[in-house]
Design a protein around this ligand. Structure first.
Ligand code: P71
Length: 925
């Protein structure tokens, strides 16, 4: 059997439709009992005796004899299968405007009746519509309903009653002889024909023998003949009872009707002595008919179905009762009661069962029922999944495996989600329809236990976020600097085509083409060639420049969400103000579920998210530094972003993501909860041991002898105050251990945010050589994490990893500011806005009014962090060097890695969720 992951992709390829699965991808095939039975040695011997004469083949006469002998119809017209007979019959008996009554519809049967111009009316007894009812003959016609119909439309408008034995769509349920006699009586008096669907009539005869008073002593073959005698003709699919892989027939008593049928037959099926079959097919069917009525055969055949059904009943699984003849029918509406009918619970259950165990079943519910004449979906009373047992194919062990699989799916039924059409064919839609899961709104999902921290630039890449989200925890993409990350990826040839695949889904016309034109280099850059970078952000940038930022964030989120519908978040730095609105919009266009923002006070973001969700203009205040004050009384400087400049007529509103500010003090959380411009959905509470940028210590700054800022009592977040806000929160910074997670939960947190452990996993964007080097350093206890109060041009303390032998950016770097994300706006003496960064060339910074003291010890984080992910800029004086940042818990990574040289994001999750190590006492006990 193929693996679960392979089944998952097979299911997606099949559009969640079991009809579209490759048989090779199926373990136990319970799609149908039609044509899937094993032929006997006698049948195979018959195949060798095929008389392939065009006309009058010997095998036709064998078939005719068998049908006459066991079914009793004088005129036998072979067809390629059941629906061939239905087609011919419907055409010769139905006039447009007619009405056909039947004991529940069958898909192909009704489709041919409707094609010929009739309206079908279900006249099955009420008991059939209640899966739990134990009524023994649920296939019976409700005579009152039949009479009501005939009286309403007139007997002359009812060419025939379609009586099925057994009734497939009702759960393989039999009709009684007594009921058939009553229907015969009534229709004879009104000149209405009865056409039997004899497809599974042998099985029906067995039920009559078992259950109908007075029938216990008769042979199945005798009962079968009597059943047929109560009809004027029959359509037959030999692929069921008659144990062949292909074949069917139309049986009639009236010669005149038979002549009409044969005239059509030569047009649609073939000459009347082969009807679309090879001689050998007719021979196999003739022999199969004889075998099918053997008492031992039929008893063991239905006995096997009962065996499976009883196991499921014993396990408390809702199935159609009594157990039917050819299949066990799961009551999907009862099992998946959390899925509305509009989301096709039976289709979803069939898909879930395949995913669980490779067992293929068939939907028999609303998808099969199709649409009515007004175009509305039909919702039949029964919403079932059929586990159909082929004859003489499977063993009891297969039934055991099937029962166990169903029991497992039933136990985890809450996990199963509804489906919606991706493609819906106009007729018999169930065969070729394609579906996709209905995304569950974020609001209805449980909150994540673990948030994977957003680590920029590009460390929290889509590959990392996707890997985490696939586990059901919250994967987060870092949005910082993504636009340059994207254009550099394109200049490196986008080797796997991921970026281009996502770009092809970007909704703003023309943008992807333009960006590819300008930046994509098939095969990558020429050796030694530097990257082309994007124009630096300013308060106002061109529409085209904004669009690259929108695109880059869209691409990253789109890829992180591809192929699943678990939530994905984006992390942005509040302080990197200028690209933030286009970044958010791009992420929202890709359906981002969470926005996390720290490094500043993101008070205006919630309102901006509300606006962007409706494609409305959004604004943020732009921080402008001195020394020159803005003219008093003037409007504050703003960043304005108007989606209307990009998407002229957006189709529908976007989903407003949940917003989680990252805070380092309860006062900030309180302030945001009360005074933010819109809804805040929770907090990430970050202590000073987290990686990246930290809040500076509160109060008068104090430093250790090595120049690290000292945090004290006042920097411990008051969790009581956070709890009082009544919003969920996650603890970050040193929480990345199983104990840390347990401690957070017992402190009332919803979980933890973890960065460092994920930074070095296989899926993170960090350059592989850096991961290897750091993990080796950790194993050798040769790493140190130092809080550097000067490194970041932002002025926030920044944690720097120091590893033996790792060359990092330092004071020797020739200064150059060509990415510029950390530039801040300042006002020139002329009252204009300028932009500067304390890590840019010192003379330029000073010329812009900056204080020379600010430049000391500053690192160019933009270029260093790009180097961290293998996108180092190539310069005449050498490549840009990396500068790694991590939380303090890097040094204790050994507890988790235990000497491993690499690990996956899923390993991190499994580790964090692992139970406590047994205590000494428990170990002894
Ligand atoms: C079954 C089938 C085959 C099938 C048909 C349609 C959708 C899915 C699977 C076929 C029947 C049947 C009855 C009662 C006529 C036909 C058509 N059943 N009447 O159950 O059950 O026969 O397939 O030979 O054309 O999987 P045909």
């Amino acid at each position: 059997m193929i693996s679960r992951a392979e089944r998952e992709s097979a299911l997606v390829r099949a559009g969640y439709n079991t009809f579209l699965l490759d048989a090779d991808d199926v373990y136990i095939d319970l799609l149908t009992d039609s044509g899937t039975s094993a032929m006997s040695d006698r049948q195979w011997a018959g195949m060798m005796m095929g008389d392939e004469a065009y006309a009058g083949s010997r095998n036709f006469y064998h078939l005719q004899d068998a049908v006459r002998r066991f079914y009793g119809y004088e005129h036998v017209i072979p067809t390629h299968q059941g629906r061939g007979a239905e087609h011919i019959l419907s055409k010769i008996l139905i006039k447009p405007g007619d009405h056909v009554a039947g004991n529940m519809y069958f898909t192909t049967t009704r489709a041919h009746q409707e094609l010929a111009g009739a309206t079908f009316h279900d006249v099955i007894c009420r008991e059939a519509l209640e899966p739990a009812s134990e009524f023994p003959f649920k296939g019976n016609v409700d005579l009152a309903r039949l009479i009501e119909l005939v009286e309403r439309v007139g007997a002359d408008k009812v060419p025939y009653i379609s009586v099925a034995a057994t009734v497939n769509m009702a759960g393989g349920q039999p009709i009684s002889l007594e009921n058939m006699r009553q229907v015969r009586e009534y229709t004879r008096n009104h000149g209405i024909r009865i056409v039997l669907d004899a497809t599974r009539a042998v099985e029906n005869a067995w039920f009559i023998q078992q259950k109908e008073p007075g029938q216990g002593q008769r042979l199945v073959s005798e009962i079968l003949l009597e059943m047929c005698s109560l009809s004027d003709g029959a359509t037959m699919s030999g692929k069921k009872d008659s144990l062949v892989n292909i074949g069917g027939w139309l049986g009639l008593r009236e010669a005149s009707l038979a002549d009409k049928a044969k005239n059509l037959l030569v047009l649609f099926e073939g000459l009347h002595t082969y009807g679309g079959l090879a001689g050998r097919d007719m021979e196999a069917m003739a022999i199969g008919i004889e075998e099918s009525v053997q008492e031992d055969h039929i008893r063991s055949r239905i006995g096997q179905v009962f065996y499976l059904g009883q196991k499921l009943i014993d396990a408390g699984i809702p199935i159609v009762r009594p157990i039917g003849g050819h299949a066990v029918f799961l009551d999907a509406a009862a099992i998946l009661s959390h899925i509305p009918r509009e989301e096709f619970p039976a289709q979803a259950l069939a898909a879930a069962l395949y995913l669980e165990s490779g067992i293929r079943s068939m939907e028999r519910g609303a998808v099969s029922a199709g649409r009515d004449e007004t175009g509305a979906n039909r919702y039949p009373a029964l919403e079932l999944v059929r586990l159909t047992i082929p004859r003489r194919v499977y063993t009891q062990a297969h039934m055991d495996v099937t029962a166990e699989s169903v029991i497992r799916v039933h136990a985890a039924r809450q996990e199963v989600r509804g489906l919606r059409f991706e493609y819906e064919p106009p007729i018999l839609r169930f065969f070729q329809a394609r579906f996709e899961p209905v995304p569950r709104p974020v609001e209805e999902r449980p909150l994540p236990l673990i948030i994977q921290g957003g680590m920029g630039v590009g460390v929290s890449s889509w590959t990392l976020a996707r890997a985490v989200s696939l586990t059901g925890q919250l994967g987060v993409v870092s949005g910082t600097g993504l636009d340059n990350v994207l254009v550099r990826r394109l200049q490196d040839g986008d080797p796997d085509g991921h970026a281009r695949r996502a770009m092809s889904h970007f909704p703003i016309p023309g943008v992807s083409e333009r960006v590819l034109d300008r930046y994509f280099l098939p095969g990558g850059r020429a050796p030694g060639a530097p990257y082309k970078s994007l124009p630096l952000y300013k308060q106002k940038v061109s529409v085209a420049r904004q669009q690259i930022t929108i695109l880059a964030n869209f691409v990253e989120i789109w890829l992180a969400k591809e192929g699943h519908d678990n939530p994905v978040g984006i992390n942005l730095l509040t302080k990197v103000q200028m690209p933030n609105l286009p970044s958010l919009y791009g992420a929202m266009l890709a359906g981002v579920d969470y926005v996390l923002m720290g490094a500043g006070i993101p008070r205006e973001i919630p309102g901006a998210l509300d606006a962007l969700a409706e494609h409305r203009l959004a604004r943020l205040k732009l921080d402008v530094e001195g020394p020159v004050e803005g003219p008093s009384g003037k409007e504050p400087d703003e960043l304005v972003f108007d989606p209307g400049e990009h998407l002229a007529a957006p189709e529908s509103p976007l989903r407003r993501p949940r917003f989680l500010p990252i805070v380092s003090a309860s006062s900030l959380a309180t302030n945001l909860a009360r005074k933010a411009s819109g809804r805040v959905d929770g907090f990430v509470v970050e202590g000073p041991t987290a990686g990246g940028h930290n809040a500076p210590p509160r109060g008068e700054p104090r430093f250790s002898s090595e120049g690290e800022p000292l945090y004290g009592e006042r920097d411990v977040v008051d969790l009581e105050k956070i709890r009082e806000l009544g919003l969920p929160f996650w603890l970050a910074g040193g929480a990345g251990t199983p104990d840390g997670l347990r401690a957070a939960l017992s402190a009332g947190a919803a979980g933890v945010q973890v960065g460092t452990l994920f930074a070095y996993c296989d899926e993170s964007g960090l350059a592989p050589e850096l991961k290897t080097r750091v993990l080796a350093g950790v194993a050798a206890e040769q790493v140190r994490v130092r809080t550097d109060p000067r490194a970041s041009p932002t002025g926030y303390p920044f944690k720097v990893v120091e590893v033996e032998g790792l060359e990092s950016q330092d004071d020797r770097r020739v200064r150059n500011c060509d990415l510029g994300y950390l530039r801040v706006a300042y006002r020139t003496p002329e009252g204009k806005l300028g932009y500067r960064c304390a890590a840019e060339p010192v003379d330029q910074y000073v010329a812009k009014g900056g204080d020379i003291a600010d430049t000391v010890g500053r690192r160019c984080l933009c270029n260093a962090l790009e180097a961290n992910i293998g996108q180092s800029q190539n310069r005449t004086e050498g490549d840009e060097l990396p500068l790694l940042t991590s939380g303090d818990d890097l040094v204790s990574l050994n507890a988790f890695t235990q000497g491993r040289t690499h690990y996956s994001a899923a390993d991190v999750i499994a580790y964090l969720c692992s139970p406590p190590a047994p205590t000494a006492e428990r170990r002894e006990g």
